[in-house]
Write a protein that binds this ligand. Sequence first.
Ligand code: BGC
Length: 765
Amino acid sequence: MINRILSSLFATLLVLAPLAGNSRTKAEIDRLVAQRLAKMSLEEKVGQMAELTIEALADYPDGKFTFNEKKVNDAFEVYKIGSLLNPPYTVAQTPAEWQTVVTRMQNLAMEKIGIPLVYGTDQNHGASYTNGATFFPQNINVGASFNPELAEEAARIAAYETRACNIPWTYSPTVDMARDPRWPRVWENYGEDPLVNAIMGAAQVRGFQGPDRDNIDANHIGVSAKHYLGYSMARTGKDRTPAYITESDLREKCFAPFKACIEAGALTIMANSGSINGVPVHSSYRWLTQWTKEELNWDGMIVTDWADINNLYTREHVAADKKEAIALAINAGVDMAMEPYNVDFCTLLIELVKEGRVPMSRIDDAVTRILRFKYRLGLFDCPNTLEKDYPKFASKEFAEKSLRAAEESEILLKNKNNILPLAKGTKILVTGPNANQMRCLNGGWSYTWQGHLADRYAGKYNTIYEAMCNTFGKENIVLEQGVTYVPEGSYFEENLPEIEKAVAAAQNVDVILACVGENSYCETPGNLDDLALSVNQRNLVKALAATGKPIVLILNEGRPRIISDIEPLADAVINVLLPSNYGADALANILIGKVNPSGKMPYTYPRHQASLTTYDYRVSEQSETMGGLYDYNAEVSVQWPFGFGLSYTSFEYSNIKVNRTSFTADDNLTVSIDVTNTGKRAGKEVVMLYSRDMVASLVPENRRLRAFKKIDLAPGETRTVELTIKGSDLAFVGYDGRWILEKGDFRLQVGNQAVMVNCTATAKM
Ligand code: BGC
């Protein structure tokens, strides 16, 4: 009894600990870490390196998540576990439910180990594992907004709402780049371009962590930039299958966003599950230790992805058994193992140290990094944060920010004869499988991993049909879907189509809003074999087109599904990507003209299945038909290029100037351009600066985005926009993996304007 009273008093004291107030220098933190480390046993150290899923501490009698008290006790008392992840049952929890679970675990860690637990979870677009939280559009939309301020704000709000749940760590941002449209995680990234991923990733690191990486306050959380390195480029397009990447692309493109996140202060990174050129990333000393900890002098921590040490022997076959896999990964530089189910990681690692197969110095280094992270998060001073300290959770203010992010990210791709915006009073058929559910607007990592239960949790938000009724008047809207998804089924499962019903309903309307795309998915369950939009959905659009009524095609999909046979049938196309809970309201605001669309394509939208490319392809990928025997040709033909997006107004570019026409690596190049809004409505434009290396020792790329700025222009207004880059920004990584800026001409292009500049000195970097 006394014990119980003491332990509950202890728990109360922990909760009442001051929220912030500590502000330590890095040197002070390192001194505290060293003092603590010196007193720790091998068992305690190894425990800090282990992360279990909360499910590993439970049983499921009658399918109900129930803590197994022995497993809970052993995790802390025997194995000294340092980290937990995931919501119970892998379903979103309310802040109060989260508080109950995390506070209990945290208090146990403090009581039994004396070192706070770091609880992590995937709060990927807002606090997306929190029931009731403000969800933001997925990262692919953040990329499409080309607005880094929105990116930072979304992360700041996600951090605040995550702390309301007593969680200090998220597995975000995802900066793998969406370079293969087949890949099921395209939508988790900010698009295909390394610069956009670098800028948006860094903005989100700042938003999540706040201004001081050594002293993360109680409104911010630690990040894990993921999935380091080269995860998105699997040869098959399927999740977690091998990638083959040149040294040049690996260093110049894949590494760049991670470097930017680390330089912005990212405290942890998560390793890529797969392999590159035959080497699993989890076993690579070169990528894990040399490229980050050594070259960047980075003092953060590396966590594995889900079960990826185990995958070294079960899937990748570079280790004979689990013990060998652990030795490989820890010696390569893994600091924390997202195990996630078995405590034998601890026993095996202890054996490995005793046998001399993992040096004690490596363990000490890993634990130093983990403890440093926990100090930086303020967990030693304040292990728990309280829900009541977060009164703005799910506030109207946050909802408005999410709506604005959605509005800025939806992309107008076609608007024949200015059919949009639609006048109030227009009679509209809302049709297609994406017309009336929240699940497809949200995508994966929404309430659950696959996002498949979103309609149970997000009922209070508007589907496209509901938003259209609110905006255009219920009396003007007819809903007849024609094709529907199987509720809570796999992302590709559709019910028997009822296309004739939709065609019949089209007779009495002025315009058809055909909402097509994909249902939600995530990771491996989202793999596909056919990139075309489903046959049912294409048949629906074709049948509707035969009515002669104008079609506005709404694309709501995590990756670009090929629609080249139905695109010509549409008068207008809007790609809403995955705009989340306020995405339908944003769409209705665009359709009625309250909002002028300003999103731009964050990836290249392919036209053909076997013609997949990115905007920065090497120039020889495109060549015109030549005369002669072989009629040698290769054509890049895409549906919509990267960076494309229309507005209800028009913009003209003129008067491009550059501050110097010759340069070396250290010079600044400032390009200025006049942008005029030549239409009748205010609008936002993304001004993008591209470069082209005219002759280089590696086949040059067609173009590369070097800088961008989003501006707002009133009708008739002209603004001079300046974009500055360094000469060294025009360098590339050669076949030998080294940065080089080569002498010669470069073309700098903004809109339809271009200037030439000349680099006068080759520089190796
Ligand atoms: C995913 C990660 C995620 C982790 C924890 C993995 O399967 O690849 O992105 O952070 O699970 O949920």
